[in-house]
Structure formats: C-alpha cells, structure tokens
Design a protein around this ligand. Structure first.
Ligand SMILES: Cc1ncc(COP(=O)(O)O)c(C=O)c1O
Length: 303
C-alpha cells in the first residue's frame, strides 16, 4: 500500500455525499481552496474499526470552517456517519481518516461569497508516523526557522491548510539535516509545537507543556493531560522559554498521527525517554482501543 501514490489507490473516497472511485475523486484547477488556501481538514485514526474521538474531530472541522468564514453543508452527525461508512466500505479497522472541506470554483478572486463548499473523506492504512525503532529511542528534532504566528495575523485555532506552509518548509529543512521533525517557537519566542504535533517536557517528575494560545490545542494533547491526571502526575501548562530547553530531562510529542512519541534531541539539547514518557505512551495506546459494547458492535459490523 505504501508504494502507491495518493491519487490512484483501490477503493473509494467519500466525495460530496457519494462514494467515488478513488482515482476519480478530483477537483478543478480553478478551485478557491487551491489558490487561496481556503481549506480545512482533520487527521483522525481508527483503532479496531473505531475512530478515536471522532465526534471531537468532526466538531473541530466544523469550527475550523467557521473560523475561515464558511459552513460545511453536512452536519457533524452526517460527517461521523460518512467516516464510519467509508471505513466499512474500505474494510479497514486500523486506519488514518482524512476529511477535508474547501471552497470550489464558482468565484475566482479573494472574495468567495458564493463558492460551493465541498467535503471529501479518504481513509488509508498508515501504521506509524515515525520509524518505529527510532521512536522508542526518541526522535531527533531540529529547531525551525519559522515561528507560529501571532493570532492577530493568522487563524491559528483553525486546522486550515494554509497554516501548514511553514510546517512543510520547516520539516523539509529538518529532514535535509537528518532530523525526523522540527520544533517551532512562537512569534514571542516561546516553545510552541512540532510541525504536526504538540510537545511535553518533564523536569523533576513534573510535566510541562506550552499554553496553546497560538497553535492547535490537540485532541491528543488533551487526552494526554487527562491520562497524566489519572496517573496523579503534576502538570503545568505555561509559557516555556527557549533557554529552558536545557533544563528538561524527558520530552515527547503527541498528535493523532504521531500518537505519543519520545524525543531524544531538540537542536543542541538532549533528553532521555524515561518512565513518565513510556507510561503515557502505553496509557495512550490503551486509551485509543475501542472499549464499549457499542464500539465493539461497530467494529464487528466492519468485519
Ligand atoms: C500543527 C499541529 N499541531 C498539533 C496537532 C495535534 O493535534 P491532534 O492531537 O488533534 O491530532 C496536529 C495534528 O493534527 C497538528 O497538525
């Protein structure tokens, strides 16, 4: 599966309410979403046939669109049902789920008052975001040159396609230097997040994580905070200065794709993945497994 390109795979994509053969799920080159970045998306994972926190993801998709001044013409319930139907249709239990909404081609200019809003959902197998062996040792992060923007200069609470421009540039620069990813600071110089995941640190047995005031307050991040509470760990959410990086003993990043991934290096700073990181990594893997009878029923229906 991994050697296949993303424009031609077996099966179907859910596209504006229809199941469309994968290779036919196309859009016109004069789409507003392509030219002006008016697109919002989600990244979700299904475990055992059940999408973890599906409703939260779909609500965030709706909210992301609202922030970009458009309304997705499908309700949260309809989108949830479409994600589940697509997983069943594709016969996938452990999969990545990618809904995306964008402005179409009716108007071509900055203003897009009358453009149709499209929604597509694709699912595919996607085992681990980082190399599994490297993941246990801890991945190495570069320090990005770009900074997460001031909320007054970008819609930072939206999972908008355009916000990923600086992530791709930063991740490419990191990969060219042999790093797995990059840590981004924010416009004030505080530690923000990785290019597609939030970050946590440990010092003297206490967890520290940046206040999400100019970047995504990830669903995984909130899950990890809940899991650390359950373990009775002390956790401080605060602004973290660059010069503090040398004072932490453990570090990990977390996101739907990355799950909980230990970090061993950020630029010149070194960390040793330890008990707190591994406990939360395992707790997260347990948490995402379907639990309730309803979940099991849904998984069984997928076959
Ligand atoms: C930039 C960025 N930050 C954080 C996250 C983590 O968000 P979540 O845990 O909701 O996947 C993601 C992943 O979607 C992301 O792309």
């Amino acid at each position: 599966m991994s050697s296949l390109t993303f424009d031609n795979r077996p099966g179907v994509i859910w596209y504006d309410g229809e199941m469309v053969p994968w290779a036919d799920a196309k859009l016109h080159v004069l789409s507003h979403g392509l030219h002006y970045g008016s697109g919002v998306f989600e990244g979700e994972r299904a475990y055992g046939g059940v999408v973890f926190k599906l409703d939260e993801h779909t609500r965030r998709l709706h909210e992301s669109a609202r922030i970009l001044d458009f309304e997705i013409p499908y309700s949260v319930e309809e989108i949830n049902a479409a994600c589940n139907a697509l997983l069943a249709e594709q016969g996938l239990k452990d999969a990545y789920v990618r809904p995306i909404a964008w402005r179409g081609s009716e108007m071509m200019g900055v203003s897009a008052q009358h453009n149709r809003i499209h929604l597509a959902i694709a699912v595919w197998e996607w085992p681990s975001y980082f190399d599994p062996a490297q993941r246990l040792k801890g991945i190495r992060l570069d320090i990005a040159e770009y900074r997460r923007p001031d909320p007054r200069t970008a819609p930072c609470k939206s999972k908008a396609t355009g916000l990923y421009m600086i992530c791709t540039i930063s991740k490419h620069a990191a990969e060219r230097k042999g790093y797995a990813d990059a840590l981004m600071f924010d416009w004030r110089g505080y530690v923000a997040e990785a290019t597609g995941a939030n970050v946590f640190f440990v010092k003297d047995g206490v967890l520290h994580t940046p206040t999400p005031d100019c970047f995504l307050d990830g669903i995984t991040r909130r899950t990890v905070i809940e899991l650390s509470r359950r373990r009775g760990y002390e956790l401080v959410e605060r602004h973290i200065k660059a010069e503090e990086l040398s004072t932490f003993s453990e570090c990990f990043i977390c996101g739907t794709a990355a799950e909980v991934t230990p970090v061993s290096e950020i630029g010149p700073h070194r960390f040793t993945p330890g008990e707190i990181t591994f406990n939360l990594m395992n707790d997260y893997l347990a948490e995402v497994q379907p639990k309730s009878a309803a979940h099991k029923q849904m998984a069984a229906a997928i076959g």
